[in-house]
Design a protein around this ligand. Structure first.
Ligand SMILES: NC(=O)c1ccc[n+]([C@@H]2O[C@H](COP(=O)([O-])OP(=O)(O)OC[C@H]3O[C@@H](n4cnc5c(N)ncnc54)[C@H](OP(=O)(O)O)[C@@H]3O)[C@@H](O)[C@H]2O)c1
Length: 243
């Protein structure tokens, strides 16, 4: 039985990935920070499901618990948070730290705990976001955290290759989860968490370096990213002014 570890499994993308891999006959180690939330997400006990709890910001807890989980075929580091900066004046450094701590530093703790337990020929995937393709309004903290994950993942893809571990960068567009349900703006190309997970599973089966979806949204972002920065800046300012 193949073994996968998924962080952020108590809701949204991580929860649906857990269900999908269970249905494919994998043993899933589903991680979240609250046992009751994990139990509510998966209700009945299953032999192929192990629940593991830690707050990704607690380094000792994360590293100690993850070091005990052996022989992993696949690890998906998916736990993350999003907070927008409504106004950068004054700059909210506490918000900035919260987002960077959870999304970037927390991922580092997970890597320290888990990487030594990925089998030869195994895989690591890190969930970033399509936000990294363009500077988007109010995304000072979230965008910076995900851009850091992009660089981290691409570097790991080089340095873990000789050690027999394939690495994938996952960059979703808008996915309907608790994280986006609080958004008050329109979300182009919004897809369900189930659909997002099908893209992720397929991309990981193909051992893709980058898994970007949904395709139409990705190509729109990619085209906009080709614009000179000055032109994109002008367009983005017009959009926030609603003109
Ligand atoms: N939804 C989108 O449109 C979208 C787009 C691009 C990228 N993403 C990324 O996809 C990933 C999953 O997000 P989602 O949309 O599925 O949102 P979600 O439903 O809010 O899930 C986030 C998961 O991360 C966990 N988490 C957050 N902070 C944590 C902490 N300090 N310690 C441990 N676990 C923590 C949450 O646990 P709790 O239940 O305990 O809070 C939850 O299980 C995130 O990295 C997000 O940035 C999402």
């Amino acid at each position: 039985m193949k073994r996968i570890l998924i962080t952020g499994a108590s809701s949204g993308i991580g929860m649906h990935l857990t269900y999908l891999y269970l249905s494919m006959g994998w043993h899933v180690i589903a991680c979240g920070r609250s046992l009751s939330k994990l139990q509510a997400a998966f209700q009945s006990e299953r032999p192929a499901l192990t629940l593991c709890t830690f707050d990704i910001n607690q380094s000792t807890e994360v590293i100690t618990k993850l070091k005990q989980i052996e022989a992993l075929d696949l690890v998906i580091l998916n736990a993350g948070t999003c907070e927008y900066m409504d106004d950068p004046l004054p700059f909210d450094s506490k918000l900035f730290k919260r987002v960077i701590d959870t999304n970037v530093i927390g991922t580092g703790y997970c890597l320290e705990g888990v990487l030594g337990n990925v089998k030869q020929g195994g895989q690591l995937a890190i969930v970033s976001s399509s936000v990294t393709m363009l500077p988007l309004t109010r995304s000072e903290a979230y965008g910076a955290s995900k851009a850091a994950l992009d660089y981290l993942t691409r570097t790991l893809a080089i340095d873990l290759s000789p050690k027999g571990i394939d690495v994938s960068l996952i960059r979703p567009g808008f996915v309907d989860t608790a994280l986006t349900q609080k958004n008050t703006f329109s979300m182009p190309g919004l897809i369900s968490a189930e659909q997002a997970c099908r893209y992720i599973v397929q991309g990981l089966e193909e051992r893709k370096l980058e898994i970007n979806f949904p395709r139409k949204f990705f190509f729109t972002m990619k085209t906009l990213a080709l614009l000179p920065n000055t032109l994109w800046r002008r367009l983005a300012i017009k959009m926030i002014r609603g003109v």
